[in-house]
Design a protein around this ligand. Structure first.
Ligand SMILES: [Zn+2]
Length: 177
């Protein structure tokens, strides 16, 4: 069947692609196709087939094995590269005394589970001192979720302030005693 197809090839299909003038050399070039190839994030290994990014190790190996893909940063890694902050979580209060490591670990654990659901959910940076912890996240929902998790696990006071048309969340969690 395969051989037959090769011998009797139908009329060759010709795809016409719009052309554009390259701004650098002033010549016509075939426009680069829309990113229809599968994309693989070199930072975290997330993959994207259409627009959505997700994790699938077996599918990733298959895509890389096929050679038909391109490397592209996922939204989370892109945000980390440009340090585009979507959320800020500030932890304070005397309850943190002697518990900084515990909180840092709990937040890292939370990041892992959020990141698994959505590769765009990453912590850009986290700074801990004896006075408290400041966490910057790539997306605002992640900051909100961390705040709510802390409230659920440790009680305390939680304040969430949305700004910049809900593109930035400032989350304050505090507990005394
Ligand atoms: Zn990534």
């Amino acid at each position: 069947m395969k051989r037959l197809q090769q011998e009797y090839q139908p009329m060759r299909r010709v795809f016409y692609r719009p052309r554009q003038i390259d701004s650098e050399d002033g010549k016509y070039h075939i426009r680069k196709e829309e990113p229809s190839l599968p994309r693989v994030c070199p930072g975290c290994g997330a993959i994207s087939l259409q627009k959505r990014w997700f994790f699938d190790e077996a599918l990733k190996e298959e895509i890389i094995g096929s050679g038909q893909f391109e490397y592209d940063s996922c939204p989370g890694c892109a945000a980390a590269e440009t340090e585009e902050v979507g959320g800020v979580v500030v932890l304070s209060g005397s309850f943190l005394e002697g518990r900084i490591d515990e909180f840092v670990n709990a937040i890292k654990h939370e990041e892992e589970s959020l990141h698994e659901d959505n590769p765009a959910s990453i912590i850009i940076n986290m700074a801990a001192s004896q006075d408290g912890i400041v966490i910057r996240t790539a997306n605002p929902f992640m900051a909100e979720r961390i705040g709510k998790r802390l409230k659920k696990a440790y009680d305390g006071e939680l304040t969430i302030v949305w700004s910049h048309e809900d593109r930035l969340a400032r989350v304050y969690w505090s507990r005394e005693g």
